[in-house]
Design a protein around this ligand. Structure first.
Ligand SMILES: Nc1ncnc2c1ncn2[C@@H]1O[C@H](COP(=O)(O)OP(=O)(O)OP(=O)(O)O)[C@@H](O)[C@H]1O
Length: 302
């Protein structure tokens, strides 16, 4: 603990080791000075994901749009040593709705930290939107995160004493957008998650499910193409959890790529693609035929 990292609008004190991310708060104060990341990806174009012969099943991307995330032979070893990821290949394509599922300690959160560029791999390649993250400075990584990624965590990480509207609007602080526009976009994002009638409420005046939907609104207020949700229903009862999942399904239906980390097989079953982790390895990453998440979620918890 004690290390601080942030994603747009959110600050955390977390044990994310081996990662020099101390630029985060200075970015918050100098949003307009965050350097643009190179528009030309540093490696292979994202429309040509790399497939290795004999790669584990997680490497098999569903047919669809171009890759937004590529992990290649990614390993993460923590002090101990603990081999949290032992060589994983994963391609997330635009339009995916995938669950990353596995038992406690299998490496799910570590994988999310790799995909979300919140931590660096010990070895291997991580590409987001075609950019090899190893080639980016911390400030460029912050810019990459703010443009391409939204995060939702089990804990809601809302600022207490701050209205839902301003909690969400703060998700745009990095963009340099003026306050009026930030608040307009925040109101629209809260409308999308069904909280248009709760703009002025503070976190303490909202239920757990509503707080998590505020967190989802903050994650998507900048329209990131990829939303990463780490156990988003872990602190919620089944009804509130179903509301949050329905919101994620709606976002997916309207074009956002969504990756949900869960240890809950039922939640994973709602996703058309499941990436199963065990002991730091992907043991299954194929698409699964089902009715489609939205069809299932429409009825969930009602
Ligand atoms: N910062 C760290 N330092 C040392 N070991 C760590 C660290 N973070 C995770 N680990 C270890 O790495 C392994 C994978 O952890 P991870 O949190 O990725 O698993 P998980 O599947 O998300 O588990 P859970 O469902 O319990 O959250 C575990 O053995 C864990 O103890």
């Amino acid at each position: 603990m004690g290390w601080v990292f942030s994603v747009p609008g959110v600050a955390f004190s977390e044990a994310v080791t081996g990662w020099a991310g101390g630029d985060c708060w200075s970015d918050r104060n100098t949003a307009s000075t965050v350097p643009p990341i190179a528009t030309t990806p540093t490696a292979a174009p994202i429309s040509t994901p790399l497939f290795r012969p004999g790669a584990p099943p997680g490497c098999v991307a569903p047919a669809g749009g171009p890759a937004i995330v590529e992990l290649r032979e990614v390993r993460k070893t923590y002090a101990g040593p603990v081999h949290a990821l032992r060589g994983v290949d994963l391609t997330v394509v635009r339009g995916d709705l995938l669950a990353i599922v596995g038992p406690s300690g299998s490496g799910k959160s570590t994988m999310l930290h790799m995909i979300g560029t919140l931590d660096r791999p010990t070895t291997g390649v991580v590409r987001v939107a075609g950019h090899d993250v190893a080639t980016l400075s911390d400030r460029e990584l912050s810019a990459l995160r703010s443009r391409h990624l939204g995060f939702v965590f089990q804990q809601f990480h809302l600022a207490p004493g701050v209205s839902a509207l301003d909690n969400v609007a703060d998700g745009l602080l990095y963009t340099g957008t003026n306050r009026r526009i930030r608040r307009e976009r925040a109101a629209a994002a809260l409308e999308r998650v069904g909280l248009g009638h709760r703009l002025g409420h503070r976190p303490a005046e909202l239920s757990g499910g509503e707080q998590q939907r505020v967190a989802v609104a903050r994650a998507v207020v900048g329209d990131p193409p990829l939303l990463l949700a780490d156990e988003p229903t872990g602190n919620l009862d089944s009804t509130a959890g179903a509301d949050v999942l329905r919101v994620l399904a709606d976002l997916h239906e309207s074009g956002t790529t969504v990756a949900v980390i869960t240890h809950d097989a039922e939640i994973a079953g709602w996703c058309p693609r499941q990436v199963r982790l065990r002991d730091g390895l992907i043991v299954d990453g194929h698409e699964h035929d089902n009715l489609g998440p939205v069809a299932l979620l429409k009825g969930a918890g009602r």
